[in-house]
Design a protein around this ligand. Structure first.
Ligand code: MN
Length: 209
């Protein structure tokens, strides 16, 4: 039985045009995200075989592969819900107040997340996360899917900076793609995750749409 399942997108593949083309979104979801789901499930099976055979000689590689694929599945599942054809603008309420408190202003936060996303060396993500120890919002620059992350932080808004997310449309100009991502942000979804994270719940709560 598969532990992880590729979720349907909450909108059509062409729904985020012109910011993201339908061709990119279909490949991204049906090929790239699907590969992480398969990778996580396959690695779980190999871990089970490892235990059955009582041969842990390959464990280090399996643990690394599992972290990579599971984190890829988690981040993409969030990414789709963080975006909306009706997105853009700015948050309000307690999320807006927290952003101002922890970053100085919305503009300063947006510049930091934009720079974190556009400046990833290689493949990675820009992430707005809740850090529960100091009870604050932080920006993280994630490498691959799971590197450079503060332990126990909960992502609430994730920007995919892998070339597969934009290269067919934006070529080498990643900053232009990141600017367009801001026009798609579903602040209601981000707010829901922010509220859940502050309450101590997992960030990967059930999709809202
Ligand atoms: Mn991706």
């Amino acid at each position: 039985m598969s532990q992880y399942v590729l979720p349907d997108l909450p909108y059509d593949y062409a729904a985020l045009e012109p910011a993201i083309t339908g061709e990119i979104l279909e490949l991204h979801h049906s090929k790239h995200h699907a590969a992480y789901v398969k990778g996580a499930n396959d690695t779980l099976e190999r871990l089970a075989e490892t235990r059955e055979k009582d041969d842990f000689s390959g464990l280090v590689g399996l643990e690394k592969t599992f972290a990579f694929n599971l984190s890829g599945h988690v981040l993409h599942t969030m990414f789709w819900d963080n975006l909306s054809p009706d997105g853009g603008g700015r948050p309000d309420g307690e999320l807006a107040a927290a952003i101002t408190e922890h970053f100085g202003s919305f503009d300063a936060f947006a510049k930091q997340l934009t720079a974190a996303t556009a400046g990833v060396q290689g493949s990675g993500w820009g992430v707005l996360a809740w850090e529960p120890l100091s009870q604050r919002l932080i920006v993280e620059q994630v490498y691959d899917h799971h590197g450079n992350v503060g332990m126990n932080t909960t992502p609430v808004l994730v920007f995919d900076a892998w070339e597969h997310a934009y290269y067919l449309q934006y070529r080498n100009v990643r900053p232009d793609y990141v600017q367009k991502l801001w026009t798609l942000v579903d602040w209601a979804d981000v707010t829901r995750r922010f509220d859940a994270a502050r309450a101590g719940a997992t960030g990967l709560i059930a999709p809202s749409k």
